[in-house]
Design a binder for this molecule. Structure first.
Ligand SMILES: NC(=O)c1ccc[n+]([C@@H]2O[C@H](COP(=O)([O-])OP(=O)(O)OC[C@H]3O[C@@H](n4cnc5c(N)ncnc54)[C@H](OP(=O)(O)O)[C@@H]3O)[C@@H](O)[C@H]2O)c1
Length: 324
């Protein structure tokens, strides 16, 4: 089968499309004939050897993919050949066929197209888990989203808006903020040009945000904690801006606020039933039109490297897909 391959960890321009043997399922796995795979930030890290997980070489990146089941392991129950599914497997999805543990496979409703599903799994399920489960978001709260035009960020904007919250989007360009406004953000802060804390305080009559969705880290995190309201919750999701931040603990004391860690892969592994319920809720939101994953571009396997570069260079405004 055709696949986009990493033969040695290294820069994004050194990986290319090639051939791999068709995968056969282990007893607890299914094989999916991939129709679309979502491009995620960690795909850019995993091929460079900069992600916590280092697959055996050669491998194909791509942790979320949708398509039809083409083979089923001996011990798998509850799935059928030809069934439309969405799957998560850390890597392997930028290929014509990909394997996934059956417990990491989600049935797709008829109303949700494969490309839309592949654009949604990690980003929307992470944002849903963060806001509804970890932060216990309530209608009427103010939610500040950093990196708001990225995958998780835009999902958080839509999920918070759908829950009746007031959403403030923070991103690095006016184009990105326009996309956030289309997804329901009522205010945009260009954090390249404006000081984050002051802008959030000004937008909330000095009160601060009840919830912060932080996928960028670095210096943004401390600024966001300083922009948090009494009893606020700051969701630590990722460090796309580079450095893992250190937050002065006195800020948490002074604000009676919480820093909450979010790790969706581990949530899926440790609490599969709860995770499956949340993914079903996300897919129901997509089916009824409440949630609308924005697709920016589709790339064949041969051009997957270009998609990785667009994401890594901060040029993505919406989800990128690999469509074998
Ligand atoms: N904890 C979890 O379970 C979990 C799940 C999914 C993702 N993540 C992590 O969350 C982060 C965001 O993931 P994503 O899929 O939303 O990524 P994404 O689509 O690339 O969005 C990340 C955003 O971060 C901002 N950013 C700031 N500095 C950046 C830099 N130096 N390089 C690239 N982007 C930068 C960009 O927005 P601006 O240009 O507007 O600043 C970009 O839109 C990643 O670190 C990812 O690994 C964690």
């Amino acid at each position: 089968m055709r696949a986009y391959l990493c033969h040695a960890f290294g820069p994004l321009d050194q990986h290319h499309a090639g051939q791999l043997p068709d995968p056969t399922p282990a007893d607890d796995e299914v094989i999916v004939q991939v129709e679309a795979a979502g491009v995620n930030y960690y795909d850019t890290l995993i091929v460079q050897g900069r992600y916590q997980l280092k697959p055996g070489l050669p491998f194909s990146p791509g942790g979320e993919f949708a398509g039809r089941i083409s083979a089923i392991g001996a011990q798998v129950e509850g799935f059928q050949l030809g069934q439309r599914v969405l799957a998560f497997n850390s890597f392997g999805g930028y290929a014509e066929k990909a394997r996934a543990k059956a417990r990491q496979v989600f049935p797709l409703p008829d109303e949700v197209a494969s490309d839309v599903a592949a654009a949604a799994l990690v980003a929307y399920a992470t944002a849903w888990h963060a806001l509804h489960d970890r932060a216990r978001m309530q209608p009427g709260e103010t939610v500040l989203v950093l990196g708001a035009a990225g995958g998780v960020g835009l999902a958080a904007v839509q999920i918070a808006r759908a829950a009746g919250c007031r959403v403030i989007a923070a991103a690095s360009s006016d184009d990105k903020l326009a996309l956030c406004a289309e997804s329901g953000a009522c205010l945009g802060i260009n954090y390249r040009e404006q000081a984050l804390k002051e802008a959030v305080k000004a937008a909330t009559a000095g009160r601060g945000a009840d919830i912060v969705v932080d996928v960028v880290g670095d210096a943004y995190t401390e600024a966001a904690v300083r922009a948090t309201a009494w009893r606020g919750r700051v969701l630590i999701i990722g460090f796309a801006a580079g450095e893992i931040p250190r937050v002065p603990a006195n800020l948490l004391l002074l604000k009676g606020c919480d820093l909450l860690g979010v790790f969706w892969d581990e949530f899926l592994r440790r609490e599969p039933e709860s995770c499956h319920r949340q993914v079903a809720a996300v897919l129901a939101g997509i089916a009824d039109g409440t949630l609308r994953p924005p697709i920016q571009g589709r790339y064949p396997i041969e051009h997957a490297g270009e998609a990785l570069r667009v994401l890594a260079e901060r040029r993505a405004t919406g989800k990128l897909l690999i469509t074998p």
